[in-house]
Design a protein around this ligand. Structure first.
Ligand code: ATP
Ligand code: MG
Length: 645
């Protein structure tokens, strides 16, 4: 196992890791020399049926065309070519069901399953360009359904299995999906929970839907609509496993995916084929240092989110990965589950979100310490800024003080990782995403589009198009232009909506959403910095900070904290300690006006803290759009604490 050398708070890659790393300094050099030639080279990671005439056509900005005229089949690249290269017997997916059932699919098996599903979809009358909604838990059939769509040029819209029938219906209507793929029920904390019932509710009266294809996962009773509903095991499983893929244009739409709705109404983001797969494959190879045939990779995201699309399905499978797919929650049947899985399969690359790392911290290190995690050689983080304290804990406890951490910044809209250290190349700092990847260009600017130097908090913009960029918002190109391209229209920059800064060493820090930067007596303070200060106090497991309107200071800082397991809430004394701690860590200006200890924080289904709703609470308003919230009842104790506060 290769370690990294720590000097102060900088972790330099070890020589051992650097020597064998996929990435090297030549990547940046090549991208600097000629960015488009660099992407041209990266696109050759894939198998194309016909070549492109131009790398980028930006003449219709902000709608890009990458690899103009090139043709490929995305599923062929993720499945067939590994079989044809002689790797058909390699395991693609180690599936671990929540109740403990397991199943391993080789690339050969995956090819047969995807072919069967593609033949069934064709029999149902679907043709390239049609949309398919997928509403499923984390089971292999979900991935098979996505790949079957890709194989046929059908555009999938995966809807997270935890969403309500209402959320599903609005996404089906928006995309006018003809087919819905779902399950009878899903396993949740040891019990089957119905899913088809919600699917039925969503589909009733949805005129676009012709068929509902149902995988039997739990065996629970379901309602059945003859003529519309079909069992997977009576159709797909009986179909021929021979299917010849045809190539599609590089700009053929691959999927629509709705953003997680942290900042407002979800947007249906459109991604296409050639550029998307190129960047998915390139980033997965270099950022995760993935070695096909030896690594065991595990991305803990759900396929309902973009991380599941790009780093469970398209990036890893295009690179011939062997990966773990786990159906359940991290604490079923108990808090050891993830660590048992790592130990069982010898997971070497583990990619998760800060919210889970903080949950592990709250549960305590005795749990991971009870397992042999020595197979781990690289750790990843995505979804929110990772607090330095959580970063250090992750590296020390899960990474045996030696695994490099890649903190990867990207969005549903960017399609793939944009800002991240390159393991073996970039020296890292806890909490910093470090730098744009080779081939990617980003700037930190102020309102007037001036680039900011070290220390200044500004807006993160992407000043050059990139291959995996979104091509629009489904059915609403005006909203596309308005949301991302109007802020810096003159410069033609993509406005990411996140705040960021460079530190004195030139490391890039993402500070969270622009709305989450507070203005306290004229000082711009980021919510994530105050949260990190609170989390660095031994009593605190998680913190959410918002700026609430304040007559004297403009905004006042309001914090909600969850305590670590076995920490006693000493009331006023604890609050005083925490305020003093923030004063020492950041500055007395950053002391929260108010701190409430709460049992839970409101989170999106993808695990992000919904600060806009906490701001509504802090300012005594009605709650805004809660449609993507996990559990709206979390607000009851929060409101009580607030009124006592
Ligand atoms: P919506 O756009 O509907 O409000 P969302 O932004 O939560 O939802 P995603 O596309 O899933 O939907 O999330 C992207 C956002 O997540 C980024 O804009 C950023 O705020 C945050 N993010 C992701 N990764 C990181 C990271 N490594 N560091 C800091 N922030 C991150
Ligand atoms: Mg967003």
């Amino acid at each position: 196992m290769s370690g990294s050398q720590q000097v102060g708070d900088v972790f330099a890659p070890s020589l051992e890791f650097a020597t064998v790393a996929n990435a090297g300094p030549e990547l940046q050099a090549a991208a600097d020399a000629d960015r488009l030639a660099f992407w041209d080279t990266q696109a050759r990671r894939l198998d194309w049926a016909s070549p492109w005439s131009e790398v980028l056509d930006w003449s219709d900005a902000p709608v890009a065309k990458w690899f103009v005229g090139g043709e490929l089949n995305v599923a062929y690249n993720c499945v067939d070519r590994h079989v044809l290269a002689g790797n058909g017997d390699r395991v693609a997916i180690h599936f671990e069901g929540e109740p403990g059932d397991t199943r391993s699919l080789t690339y050969h098996d995956l090819l047969a399953e995807v072919s069967k599903a593609a033949n069934t979809f064709t029999d149902l009358g679907l043709v390239a360009g049609d949309r398919v909604a997928i509403y499923m838990p984390m089971i292999p059939e979900a991935i098979i359904a996505m790949l079957a769509c890709a194989r046929l040029g059908l555009t999938h819209s995966v809807v997270f299995g935890g969403f309500s029938s209402h959320a599903l219906r609005s996404r089906i209507d928006d995309a006018q999906a003809k087919l819905l793929v779902t399950v009878d029920g899903q396993w949740r904390r040891g019990a089957p929970a119905p899913l088809k019932a919600a699917a039925d509710e969503a589909v009733s009266g949805a005129e676009s839907v012709e068929h509902v294809l149902v995988v039997k996962r739990t065996g629970i009773d379901v309602e059945w609509t003859e003529g519309r509903d079909l069992w997977w095991h009576e159709t797909v499983e009986k179909a021929s496993d021979q299917h010849t893929p045809v190539p599609f244009d590089a700009e053929h739409p691959l999927f629509i995916l709705y953003t997680s709705g942290t900042t407002g109404k979800p947007k249906g983001i459109i991604h296409t084929s050639g550029g998307y797969l190129t960047q998915a494959s390139y980033t997965h190879h270099n950022v995760f240092d993935h070695k096909p045939g030896t690594d065991v990779y595990w991305c803990t995201a759900d396929i309902g989110w973009v991380t599941g699309h790009t780093y469970i399905v398209y990036g890893p499978l295009s690179n011939g990965v062997t990966q773990v797919v786990y159906e359940g929650t991290p604490n079923s049947p108990n808090e050891h589950r993830h660590f048992e899985i790592i130990e069982k399969y010898g997971v070497s690359i583990y990619y998760t979100a800060p919210t889970l790392i903080r949950t592990f911290m709250k549960w305590g290190r005795a749990i991971p310490d009870a397992h042999d995690l020595s197979s781990i050689r690289l750790l990843g983080s995505v979804g929110e800024p990772i607090n330095p304290e959580a970063w250090r804990w992750y590296r020390e406890v899960i990474g045996a003080n030696s695994a490099p951490i890649v903190d990867t910044w990207w969005q549903t809209e960017t399609g793939a990782i944009m800002i991240s250290p390159l393991p073996g190349v970039t020296a890292t700092k806890p909490g910093s995403a470090m730098a744009p990847l080779p081939g990617i260009s980003a700037k930190i600017v102020d309102d007037e589009a001036h680039e900011l130097g070290h220390g200044g908090n500004g807006y993160l913009v992407l000043d050059q198009p990139w291959p995996a960029m979104l091509r629009g918002i489904w059915g609403d190109m005006d909203r596309y232009r308005e949301t991302y391209w109007s802020r810096y229209a003159e410069q033609g920059w993509y406005f990411a909506g996140d705040g960021a800064k460079y530190d004195e060493d030139g490391a890039l820090w993402v500070l969270g959403r622009v709305d989450d930067v507070m203005n306290v007596s004229g000082h711009r303070i980021s919510t994530s910095e105050v949260e990190s200060a609170l989390v660095s106090h031994p009593a605190v497991a998680e913190a959410a900070v918002v700026g609430a309107a304040d007559d004297t200071t403009g905004q006042g800082i309001v914090a909600f904290v969850i305590l670590r397991e076995n920490v006693e809430n000493t009331g006023d004394q604890l609050v005083k300690d925490l305020r003093d701690h923030v004063a020492v860590e950041i500055s007395p200006i950053a002391k929260p006006r108010q701190i409430s200890v709460v049992p839970e924080l409101p989170k999106t289904r993808s695990g992000k803290i919904m600060r806009r709703l906490l701001r509504d609470v802090a300012e005594g308003r009605e709650l805004g759009d809660t449609s993507t919230l996990v559990d709206p009842s979390v607000f009851e104790p929060i409101r009580v604490h607030r009124s006592q506060g």
